[in-house]
Design a protein around this ligand. Structure first.
Ligand SMILES: CC(C)(COP(=O)(O)OP(=O)(O)OC[C@H]1O[C@@H](n2cnc3c(N)ncnc32)[C@H](O)[C@@H]1OP(=O)(O)O)[C@@H](O)C(=O)NCCC(=O)NCCS
Length: 166
């Protein structure tokens, strides 16, 4: 059965996504960045307050993913001023991976991008997140650039920028 993907509209749902983000980020980034950096990034980007700001001030939309009613993943997107659509986050809890749910999520991202009249979808991915990079390549993304971003407190994000032309 297909996973259910629904735009997050209400605070309790967003709170549940924030809790899920905390869980997934601590599991998936261990070994890629330090635990201190994970804590810092979760607080800065995925705390409930941070997510509310992104939605209210920066045109982000969050989508929740449920498999058999179980909230297990989420993604966030943002239309840019130019012809690009930004896929800001794409996360699925470990026990739900490898079942094609991410492909459904990406399909919905492409649909949303087209609905906004955009010509491409781009994202940033940690250079050492090999599995995600392979999956993005498989899904039609190519590396178009790289970026080292200072996020404060001595931490940087060392990313590839990948783009999928619709
Ligand atoms: C990235 C993530 C969402 C992908 O979810 P997933 O369930 O593992 O992915 P899926 O099983 O749906 O696979 C997606 C597609 O990639 C393919 N794929 C899976 N692993 C692959 C690999 N190692 N190499 C190439 N293709 C691969 C699948 O076959 C599928 O394609 P298909 O639908 O054409 O068959 C998930 O692994 C995750 O949450 N990872 C941790 C968080 C993370 O790193 N997010 C990205 C941050 S930028």
């Amino acid at each position: 059965m297909a996973a259910e993907i629904i735009k997050v509209k209400y605070l309790p749902e967003l709170r549940a996504v924030a809790n899920l983000a905390d869980q997934i980020w601590h599991e998936c980034f261990l070994g890629i960045i330090t635990e201190g950096q994970i804590d810092y990034m979760v607080k800065k980007f995925q705390s409930l307050d941070a997510m509310i700001k992104q939605i209210e001030e920066q045109k982000y939309s969050y989508f929740a993913v449920r498999d058999d009613g179980d909230l297990c993943g989420y993604f966030a997107v943002k239309p840019e001023e130019d012809s690009r659509f930004f896929l800001s986050k794409l996360y699925l809890r470990r026990d739900k991976r490898g079942k094609g749910i991410a492909s459904q999520m990406l399909g919905r991202v492409f649909e949303e991008a087209r609905r906004h009249g955009k010509k491409s979808v781009y994202l940033t991915v940690n250079k050492y997140n090999d599995r995600a990079i392979d999956i993005y390549r498989h899904s039609g993304f190519d590396v178009v650039d790289e970026a080292v971003t200072d996020i404060g407190e001595g931490y940087v994000m060392d990313d590839f920028i990948m783009e999928h032309v619709l």
